[in-house]
Write a protein that binds this ligand. Structure first.
Ligand SMILES: Cc1ncc(COP(=O)(O)O)c(C=O)c1O
Length: 341
């Protein structure tokens, strides 16, 4: 984007915009180099890179928030650093020191400060760190070299006209295997979700809900977000499974539900044939924030929770608390906020 071009904050969606700088570091001969910012948004890699053929790559997603006093802050970037390392471990990729991850995110946000949306617009700067296997290799084995890159794009408020519920359908397909890579943030899971997502959108739903791949009886993920439900007796319930991505938003909500809203919290099985036990439900994640679920289509019937048009009171309170902490209006638990200095 041209240095003098003005950004229309109200028109931002979730689209790629070339910002001014990105951070790149290379791993070779057993170590990461110092890394640097660059204006070039093109990567030149070997045609025989494992990331291109065998999916040896992983990524993260987090946001920078502009606060009322004009400062900028990140939300729990240490958790993204450790999840990236879990993904690397699973795919035989090198570990990345947490300080290097956070420093890279900080450098990218500072260098692209003009793209951090003003407080009050609801917009944020979405940060996308990733690691890819590169170098010359043809067999199915770990790459000889790796690239760690962090870039960012300004994104608009997820809900432009207020918190609006959306409907989901149950997918017949799986995004991950029972003990596969569902817990890791690796590209293959997302490739597997593209067709089910398309089918759901064509049928008029926001996305699909994946059931557990072993038995297809329990709710796992809601598109690219985690699921939570509020039972009629006010329990915050969320699935636990080896094929779900451990959402940082979800674990933050579990803590806030317990400590701030004083709800009983349960991480366990969420059977699809028992969804009428919930009076409210939502999808949560960095991009989705908290998206209220109006209804879920299951066995040709739409099971509506609170309402198809209005957000429920507990979901609203969770949303206000989480977003209040992220934008610096409410003090959160210790260690959640990292100021960009
Ligand atoms: C499959 C999937 N589940 C859940 C989430 C939510 O995770 P988080 O709250 O850490 O963004 C994401 C987004 O990162 C995701 O891609």
């Amino acid at each position: 984007m041209d240095k003098n071009e003005k950004i229309n904050w109200d028109e931002l969606g979730f689209e790629y915009i070339k910002t001014d700088y990105r951070y790149i570091s290379t791993w070779k001969d057993g170590e990461w180099d110092d890394g640097k910012l660059t204006e070039d948004n093109m990567l030149t890699i070997s045609e025989a890179s494992t990331s291109l053929h065998y999916g040896q790559q992983c990524f993260e997603g987090l946001k920078a928030y502009r606060t009322k006093d004009g400062s900028i802050q990140l939300f729990r970037p240490n958790r993204n650093a450790s999840r990236l390392n879990d993904s690397c471990k699973k795919l035989l990729m090198p570990q990345l020191p947490e300080e290097k991850f956070i420093d890279a995110c900080m450098q990218v946000v500072k260098a692209n400060e003009r793209f951090v949306p003003p407080y009050g617009t609801g917009g944020t700067l979405y940060i996308r760190p990733f690691i890819i296997g590169v170098g010359n290799n043809i067999g199915v084995k770990a790459a000889p070299e790796y690239i760690f890159c962090v870039f960012c794009v300004p994104v608009g408020a997820y809900f432009k006209g207020g918190l609006a519920p959306v409907n989901f359908m149950i997918s017949d397909y799986d995004r991950a295997a029972p003990f596969g890579t569902g817990q890791q943030k690796v590209g293959g899971n997302y490739a597997a979700s593209m067709e089910p997502h398309k089918i759901a959108v064509e049928r008029g739903f926001a996305d699909c809900i994946y059931l557990d791949p072993a038995t297809h009886t329990k709710i796992e993920e809601v598109g690219a977000a985690n699921f939570f439900g509020i039972t009629h007796d006010n329990k915050f319930v969320t699935p636990k499974s080896p094929s779900i991505l451990p959402s940082i938003t979800k674990y933050s909500l579990l803590q806030l539900a317990e400590e701030v809203l004083h709800l009983e919290v349960v991480e366990g099985d969420v059977f699809i044939d028992k969804i009428d036990e919930f009076k409210e439900a939502g999808a949560c994640g960095t991009a989705a924030v908290i998206t209220p679920i109006g209804g879920i289509e299951y066995e040709n019937k739409l099971h509506v929770f609170h309402s198809e048009t209005e957000v429920g009171p507990i979901t609203r309170k969770l949303y206000d608390t989480l977003v209040g902490i992220q934008f610096g209006d409410i003090e959160g638990p210790e260690g959640w906020i990292y100021k960009v200095k």
